[in-house]
Design a protein around this ligand. Structure first.
Ligand code: CUA
Length: 652
C-alpha cells in the first residue's frame, strides 16, 4: 500500500515537473507563429466561422459557444447557474428551472455536452449537458440557444458518465460517479461494500419536441461509473461505461481504489433492457426528483416533482450486461465511428486498451466467461481485446476520431495529443499541449460522421500562455489543424470555467435555424401586454403587478405612484420590438435580484420589495438606441399606512 502511494506521488510529481518544464512553451510551440498558420485561424472582419464549438463551462455551471477556427466566444448559455447577464434563474419565469429535490440550487458543475443525432449523424436540434454535483441533465435548444428542460436524476451522485446521446437520440444517458445507498438512508459509511449501488439512468428524448423522461435506471454494483459512450452502427443498442473503484473502497481512494490490476468497462445492451421494461419488467421505487420545463411561448418554466422511478436489477435480465476487464482505473470510454472499437485507458498506464465489439459478441456467444461480479459475467481480457496502442505517453484520458481511420488521445501527465491508427495501432504523430490536457474535441467526434478538420485540446493548466490575471487564470484551449498527416498547432484561446469536453458542429447545420426574434403575436405569457394600451398597474393586497411594455426608447408606464413599503412589486416586462438583436433591459435601484434582459417579443418578470420611502428610479440596462440613456422611469414609494391610490402614467 505504501509502495503504491509512492508511485502515485511520483506520477503527480511528474505532472508538476512537466508543467513547469514546459514554461518555455513559446519556443516549443512548434511553428505556430508562422504566417500560413495565422491564415488558418484568421476569420476576417464580417466573415463567419466554419464550426460552432459548445464548450462545457465546468464550475461555471453553464455552456459557452465559440466559433472555430477563430476561438471567438459568442455566447454563454446559462444552464445550471443563475446568470445576471440575462436574468436567468433570477426572473420569476426562469427560477423554476433551478428547482431540485434539495430546493433551489443556483449552481452546478456542468460537464459533457453532446449534440442530438439522427442515424448517427449530428442533426443540430438540441444539445444536452449534465450537472455533475446535484445530478441533472439539461436540454438546450439550438434554435433559441436557451435551456429548455432540466431533469434531476434520482439515486445518483456525481452525475459524471453523462450526458451522452444514442445514435437516433432515443436516450440521453446518465451514469453515477459515486455509488450511494439506494434508496438513501442513514447507514455506516464503512458498510459501503456490497450495499451501495451505482445507478445508470436512461432518459428518453421525444423525437418531436425533445421532451425528456426517465424511463429506467439500472442499479449496478457499487463501483464508480466514470465515463460512457453509446455504441453506433453495428454496436447501436449497446452502451459502454468505464468503472473504477471495483474494489468498492470508501476512503483514500487514490490508494484503495487502485488495488485491482483491472477494472471494467460495463457493456449494457440497453435494447434488451428496454424490451424487458416494455414487457412490464423492473420495479417501481418511490423517488422525488424535479422535472423542469421551459415553454418558449409562455416564456415561462414550470417545475414538477416526480415521485417514482423504474429500477432494473441486472440479475433479472440475463444476457444484457457484461464486464470487459480494462487496465486499472480507466477514465475515458470512447467508441469509434464504425462502432467496432471501444477504447478505455487506464489513467495510470502508458498503453491504450482497445476492445473489439465483434470479439465481445463472439465471446458472449461462446459463453467464455472469467467468473462474475454480483451476477454479471466477466469476459476474458484477451478474448475482447482488439489491440494495444504502445503510446509512449503517460496518463491517457480521452479519445476522439477524425472519420478517416485515425484516433486522437489526450495524455494528462505527459501533456500531449497522440494520433494513432485504428486497426494497426501505430502511433502516427504526437504534439505537446500547454498544459495537462483533459478532454479533446473533433466536431462530430462522438458520431458516425466526424468532421475531422480540427481538434481542440482543453487544457487544465494555463500558467504562462496568456498575460497573467492574478492567481486565477482562465483555462486554455488549443486548436490543431488535423487535415494533414501531422497535426499542426495553430491557435491558443482561453475558455471559461473549466471545460470538460465540448461538442462541435458545422455552422451550416445550426446557423440557418437560429431564431432571430420571438413573435409578439405568439406570446402566451399570462402577464404579457401585447399592446402598450394594455399596460397597467394592479394591486392585490400587498402584491402590486406592473404590466409594462418597452419599445425604443421608453417604458410604458414610466411613472408609478401608490406603491408602499412592505409591498411585493412584480414588474412584468414585455419587449415590443420585433427586430433582430434589440433587447431591452430592466434594473431597479436596491433590488435584491439581478437585472433582466428581455428579448424582442418576450416577457420577463422581476420582483422588488421596496424597503425605503422615496422616489426610486429604474432604467434600461441595454444600450438600445441613441436615446437609451433616456429610457428610464420612477416609482414613488410611500409609507406602509399611506392612503395614496395606485396611479401610473407616461408623458403626462
Ligand atoms: Cu432600452 Cu436601452
Amino acid at each position: 500500500m505504501k509502495k503504491y502511494k509512492h508511485y502515485i506521488m511520483a506520477l503527480l510529481g511528474a505532472t508538476i515537473l512537466l508543467s513547469c518544464g514546459n514554461q518555455n512553451g513559446k519556443s516549443a510551440s512548434n511553428g505556430a507563429l508562422n504566417s500560413s498558420n495565422a491564415e488558418k485561424v484568421y476569420v476576417a472582419p464580417g466573415e463567419q466561422d466554419e464550426f460552432y464549438a459548445f464548450m462545457s463551462g465546468g464550475y461555471s455551471g453553464n455552456l459557452t459557444v465559440y466559433g472555430l477556427p477563430s476561438g471567438r466566444m459568442f455566447k454563454e448559455i446559462p444552464v445550471f447557474s443563475q446568470f445576471p447577464t440575462s436574468g436567468y434563474g433570477y426572473s420569476e419565469e426562469t427560477k423554476p428551472m433551478l428547482e431540485t429535490s434539495f430546493g433551489f440550487v443556483p449552481w452546478d458543475d456542468s460537464h459533457h455536452p453532446d449534440i442530438s443525432q439522427t442515424d448517427g449523424v449530428l442533426d443540430g436540434r438540441w444539445i444536452f449537458i449534465n450537472g455533475n454535483n446535484t445530478p441533472r441533465i439539461a436540454r438546450i435548444s439550438l434554435s433559441t440557444f436557451e435551456t429548455e428542460e432540466i431533469i434531476e436524476v434520482p439515486n445518483s451522485a456525481g452525475n459524471h458518465s453523462s450526458s451522452f446521446i444514442t445514435e437516433n437520440t432515443e436516450y440521453v444517458v446518465a451514469g453515477t460517479r459515486f455509488s450511494v445507498p439506494v434508496p438513501q438512508r442513514d447507514m455506516p459509511i464503512n458498510e459501503y461494500k456490497g450495499n451501495f449501488k451505482g445507478a445508470l439512468s436512461f432518459i428518453s428524448v421525444a423525437p418531436d419536441n425533445g421532451r425528456m423522461n426517465l424511463e429506467f435506471q439500472i442499479l449496478m454494483p457499487g463501483f464508480n461509473y466514470d465515463l460512457s459512450h453509446p455504441g453506433r452502427g453495428k454496436s447501436h443498442g449497446w452502451f459502454f461505461f468505464t468503472t473504477y473503484n471495483t474494489e468498492e473502497a470508501n476512503s483514500l481512494l487514490e490508494v484503495n481504489a487502485s488495488q485491482n490490476d483491472k477494472d471494467f468497462i460495463a457493456a449494457i445492451n440497453w435494447k434488451k433492457i428496454e424490451e424487458y421494461v416494455k414487457n412490464g419488467g423492473g420495479k417501481k421505487m418511490p423517488a422525488n426528483y424535479a422535472h423542469n420545463v421551459y415553454d418558449e411561448h409562455t416564456h415561462s418554466a414550470t417545475s414538477t416533482m416526480v415521485k417514482e422511478v423504474l429500477t432494473v436489477d441486472p440479475s433479472e435480465v440475463p444476457g444484457a450486461i457484461y464486464f470487459l476487464p480494462t487496465p486499472k482505473s480507466p477514465h475515458g470510454c470512447d467508441v469509434d465511428p464504425t462502432g467496432e472499437y471501444i477504447i478505455g485507458n487506464g489513467k495510470l498506464s502508458a498503453d491504450l486498451t482497445v476492445h473489439s465489439f465483434d470479439n465481445m459478441i463472439a465471446a458472449i456467444e461462446g459463453k467464455k466467461f472469467d467468473g462474475e461480479a454480483y451476477g454479471i459475467p466477466i469476459l476474458k481480457f484477451e478474448d475482447v481485446l482488439a489491440g494495444t496502442v504502445k503510446s509512449g505517453g503517460l496518463g491517457p484520458l480521452h479519445t476522439e476520431f477524425d472519420g478517416k481511420g485515425n484516433a486522437y488521445t489526450t495524455f494528462f501527465i505527459s501533456s500531449e495529443v497522440v494520433k494513432w491508427k485504428l486497426g494497426t495501432w501505430e502511433v502516427i504523430d504526437r504534439k505537446p499541449t500547454f498544459y495537462s490536457v483533459g478532454h479533446l474535441m473533433i466536431p462530430g467526434g462522438n458520431s458516425r460522421k466526424p468532421f475531422g478538420k480540427y481538434v481542440v485540446a482543453m487544457n487544465k493548466i494555463t500558467k504562462d500562455r496568456y498575460l497573467p490575471t492574478g492567481p486565477e487564470m482562465e483555462h486554455s484551449a488549443q486548436l490543431y489543424d488535423i487535415s494533414g498527416e501531422k497535426m499542426e498547432l495553430i491557435y491558443d484561446f482561453p475558455t471559461h470555467g473549466e471545460p470538460h469536453y465540448a461538442a462541435g458542429i458545422p455552422a451550416e447545420l445550426v446557423a440557418p435555424k437560429s431564431k432571430k426574434i420571438y413573435r409578439l403575436a405568439d406570446n402566451k405569457n399570462p402577464y404579457a401586454v401585447t399592446s402598450p394600451d394594455q399596460a397597467r398597474v394592479e394591486r392585490n393586497g400587498k402584491e402590486v403587478h406592473i404590466y409594462m411594455s418597452t419599445i425604443r426608447s421608453h417604458f410604458t408606464p414610466d411613472n408609478i405612484e401608490g406603491v408602499k413599503v412592505g409591498d411585493k412589486v412584480y414588474f412584468h416586462i414585455t419587449n415590443h420590438e420585433q427586430d433582430f438583436d434589440v433587447p431591452h433591459g430592466f434594473a431597479m435601484i436596491g433590488q435584491n435580484t439581478s437585472e433582466l434582459l428581455v428579448m424582442p417579443g418576450q416577457t420577463k418578470t422581476s420582483i422588488w420589495e421596496p424597503k425605503k420611502v422615496g422616489v426610486w428610479p429604474f432604467y434600461c440596462t441595454d444600450f438600445c438606441s441613441a436615446l437609451h440613456q433616456e429610457m428610464q422611469g420612477y416609482v414613488r414609494v410611500s409609507p406602509a399606512d399611506s392612503t395614496i391610490e395606485l396611479s401610473w402614467s407616461l408623458g403626462d
